[in-house]
Design a protein around this ligand. Structure first.
Ligand code: DX5
Ligand code: ZN
Length: 217
């Protein structure tokens, strides 16, 4: 499978969200990444249901919701109903992570597990068949525009190895500091989905940047 580009709405222009979402809808991006931050799990607050519903109105693309919040299990169905196609929850802080992953699948969304940079990749071993998307954070979550942590490359390779060995169908997504300068290295290490916020929206022509990222081989 050729890699998927998932631009992050976090870097979009909220004074004209419709324009940016329609641009993404026409672009070569297959997914739209949607970062929910609650100011508790991460030191920043972003957006929630109303913005997700507004995004859904203007695109038929796969909306990939990344929940950076405490007690995500309380809101899974609500995010699905607001337009999420995939919902990813962090391993960190969620004691009953397998139940939450099952809950996501049960409501009809793709189940994603997110790992922060300090969490060992090996935690996926026993639950790999319940993970549709493994989201490997390449920055500490909370803000767009941070620098890619180089050790992520080793982590992607380690995850790929586990997925291969177990025969799981899990795809690998990488989030944080990804752009034209490091996309090839990230893809070569085994990433299937590249999230890009500032690298897409802070350019003259975001749609062209998406095509550039998509056409890297
Ligand atoms: C960070 C978020 C990212 C963010 C990426 O906590 O999870 O999805 O939007 O932004 P860039 O691509 O600018 O690092
Ligand atoms: Zn994210």
């Amino acid at each position: 499978m050729s890699h998927i580009i998932a631009p992050s709405v976090l870097s979009a222009d909220f004074s004209n969200l419709e324009k940016d979402i329609k641009m993404l809808d026409k672009s070569q991006a297959e997914w739209i990444h949607f970062d929910v931050m609650d100011g508790v799990f991460v030191p920043n607050i972003s957006f929630g249901f109303p913005i997700l519903k507004a995004t859904r109105k203007h695109t038929s693309k796969f909306i990939d919701v990344h929940l950076m919040m405490v007690n995500p299990e309380k809101y899974i169905e609500q995010f699905k109903n607001a337009g999420a196609d995939g919902i990813s929850v962090h391993y960190e802080g969620n004691i009953h992570i397998l139940s939450i992953l099952n809950q996501i699948r049960a409501c009809g969304a793709k189940a994603g597990l997110v790992l922060n940079p300090a969490t060992p990749i090996s935690v996926i071993k026993d639950i790999i068949h319940s993970i549709d998307t493994l989201l490997i954070m390449s920055v500490n979550p909370g803000f767009g525009g941070q620098k890619f942590i180089p050790n992520t490359i080793n982590r992607i390779k380690e995850a790929k190895e586990i997925i291969k060995k177990t025969g799981a169908k899990t795809i690998i997504e990488v989030d944080g500091g990804v752009g034209p300068s490091n996309a090839k290295e990230v893809i070569d290490a085994g990433a299937d989905v590249l999230v890009a916020g500032s690298a897409v929206f802070n350019t003259e022509n975001p749609s062209e940047t998406i095509s550039r990222l998509k056409n890297i081989s």
